[in-house]
Design a protein around this ligand. Structure first.
Ligand SMILES: C[S@@+](CC[C@H](N)C(=O)[O-])C[C@H]1O[C@@H](n2cnc3c(N)ncnc32)[C@H](O)[C@@H]1O
Length: 272
């Protein structure tokens, strides 16, 4: 197999971090996500991963657990709606559509910046019912590509924190305006989470990238009254965190009473 030289910058480069983490998790025993396709994709990429030291065997299971969480919510939706449209925002180099492997009556759309989609097209195969859209999520043009004839599930893992608060709120309102009804699953970082991840990003890539901190569910509730919260879960307390390493689980038990640390990452599911 030929190697694909990859040069991504700004937020786009972080798609390599999560891919690397999932490949690392897949090589561990036990593995949380067992994403063997991520291992194969990584082996095709010509990129200097040596400055990703922060994504090591201690941290990788957290990246895998987050993806498992959103996979489980996606599967749950598709179990209830055999015929559906899935919109995967900021897909990066994630292999969710293959992990879920939806049936023929599901139309699946992956959206990310053009440079990321170009890499996806080189390293991943095509599949029936699957479309990639090369666009910023803040450009309203992508909405026109999505049919609204079936129940709609949107998933945005690792996206909100990269947006400005104004762009994030506009995106949320546009989703409700354009799609009318559906389920939207996404994660956020709180103020401390944004600060800590920015320190890591600065170390790895020389620049901070996260902008939008969300400290609580109440903040999201205020964005649009048509958004109804179904789940708001701390990433550390989510079911997908049950298989994290013992040291992480002990840490979780200790910080449980302290929201600023407990809610470094939150997983949300809203209907509209
Ligand atoms: C940390 S990666 C997460 C990728 C993937 N969701 C995963 O979990 O592996 C962040 C992703 O957000 C994408 N992203 C950030 N801002 C975006 C925007 N305005 N429009 C589209 N994608 C964006 C980046 O290109 C990158 O792929």
């Amino acid at each position: 197999m030929t190697q694909v030289k990859v040069k991504l910058d700004r937020a786009m480069e972080t798609s390599l971090v999560t891919l690397y983490g999932k490949a690392l998790d897949a090589r561990m025993t036990p593995s949380i996500l067992d994403d063997q396709m991520a291992v194969r994709a990584l082996s095709r990429i010509d990129y200097d991963f040596s400055h990703m030291k922060a994504m090591n065997e201690r941290v990788a299971p957290n990246a895998a657990a987050r993806s498992k969480h959103f996979d489980d919510w996606t599967r749950e939706f598709l179990a209830a709606h055999e015929s559906a449209t899935v919109v995967h925002l900021a897909c990066g180099l994630d292999t969710r559509v293959w992990r879920i492997d939806p049936g023929p009556s599901v139309a699946w759309f992956d959206v990310d910046f053009p440079d990321v989609i170009e890499v996806r097209r080189k390293i991943f195969p095509e599949r029936a019912g699957y479309t990639m859209i090369a666009s910023s999520v803040t450009d309203p043009g992508w909405f026109d590509r999505i049919p609204v004839d079936r129940p709609m599930f949107l998933v945005a893992e690792g996206l909100t924190m990269y947006l400005s608060p104004a762009d994030g709120q506009t995106l949320f309102r546009r989703i409700v305006d354009r799609f009318g009804h559906g389920t939207f699953a996404f994660d956020t970082h709180n103020r401390l989470g944004v600060r800590l991840v920015n320190i890591m990003l600065k170390r790895a890539f020389g620049t901070a990238m996260l902008n939008w901190a969300v400290n609580s569910r109440a903040y999201i509730d205020r964005i649009d009254p048509r958004l109804h919260c179904v789940d708001a879960v701390s990433a550390l307390l989510a079911p997908s965190a049950a298989n994290l390493q013992l040291s992480t689980r002990i840490f979780t038990r200790l910080i449980r009473p302290f929201p600023a640390i407990r809610d470094l990452g939150l997983y949300f599911r809203y209907t509209f």
